[in-house]
Design a protein around this ligand. Structure first.
Ligand code: PEP
Length: 261
């Protein structure tokens, strides 16, 4: 069994109101404390709300084991970058995580690998932990270009001049599975996760490959998390839609644990 601590990350996208944050975190924390596996000791939970919700989220999660993440960050500490979020300020408010390269950023806002690399370097300069999303579109999968695309997206890690092993998580999120209700099969996920782990080994080290958590994302629900988590290279999930309700997010966590005893 892997020694990597499971990670369950909630990507709220542009959903929920600021007033939803405190009750959600209080409810989730109460339920997490009742679980057999112990949050912080056996697994980690990160909530990534919209930027406007980050301060109250950090406040509400004090004295809990729930951690807070942003959904993106800028490539510089400060400056004339309208609409961007400073990684330095994320650190200042004790937001420890940031999601980078989400497919909605890549496809709706045309963020390319070079731009994501700038954000990655800036995030790591501030000691933030990064969830780097990679994944192919449906035409790319049909054209059997999945690993080629994922490998290209991973290249920015080589250009970042060294990866801080404890601050990198990779999320494999096939674009065709995000928000569609159609998840990758456990075998499809495992195949790509294994590819990513091998890539980390050949481009960095055994230790980078063994320590880096690789999450699956794309229509994860309570009724598919056990099976997906049964695969050896699946170390947790990045969850969109099903993270918006405490009951379904918790159901994913509970069922995932069933697969590992
Ligand atoms: C996501 O946005 O990262 C995601 C995986 O969404 P969903 O779970 O809704 O497919």
């Amino acid at each position: 069994m892997s020694k990597r601590k499971f990670l369950f990350a909630a990507n709220w996208k542009m959903n929920k109101r600021v007033s939803d944050v405190a009750p959600f975190i209080a409810d989730l924390n109460r339920e997490l404390e009742l679980l057999k596996g112990k949050v912080a000791q056996d697994f980690e939970v990160v909530i990534a709300p919209p930027a406007t919700h980050l301060l109250p989220a950090v406040d509400s999660s004090k004295n809990t084991a729930i951690q807070i993440g942003a959904q993106n960050c800028g490539h510089a500490k400060s400056g004339a970058f309208t609409g961007e979020i400073s990684p330095q300020v994320l650190k200042e408010i004790h937001c420890e995580w940031v999601i980078l390269g989400h497919s909605e950023r890549r496809h709706l806002y045309l963020e390319d690998d070079a731009r994501i690399l700038g954000r990655l370097k800036a995030a790591w300069d501030e000691q933030l932990k990064v969830i780097l999303c990679v994944g192919e579109t449906l035409p790319e999968r049909k054209g059997q270009r999945t690993t080629q695309v994922v490998e290209r997206q991973l290249q920015i890690l080589r250009e970042a001049s060294g990866i801080p092993e404890d601050r990198l998580v990779v999320a494999y999120e096939p674009v065709w599975a995000i928000g569609t209700g159609e998840n990758a099969t456990p075998d499809q996920a495992q195949e790509v996760h294994q590819f990513i782990r091998n890539w980390l080994k050949s481009n960095f080290s055994n230790s980078a490959s063994e320590k880096t958590r690789i999450l699956y994302g794309g229509s994860v629900k309570p009724d598919n998390s056990q099976e997906l988590m049964g695969k050896p290279d699946v170390d947790g999930f990045l969850v969109g839609g099903a993270s918006l309700e405490v009951s379904s997010f918790l159901g994913i966590i509970k069922n995932a644990f069933k697969s590992r005893g």
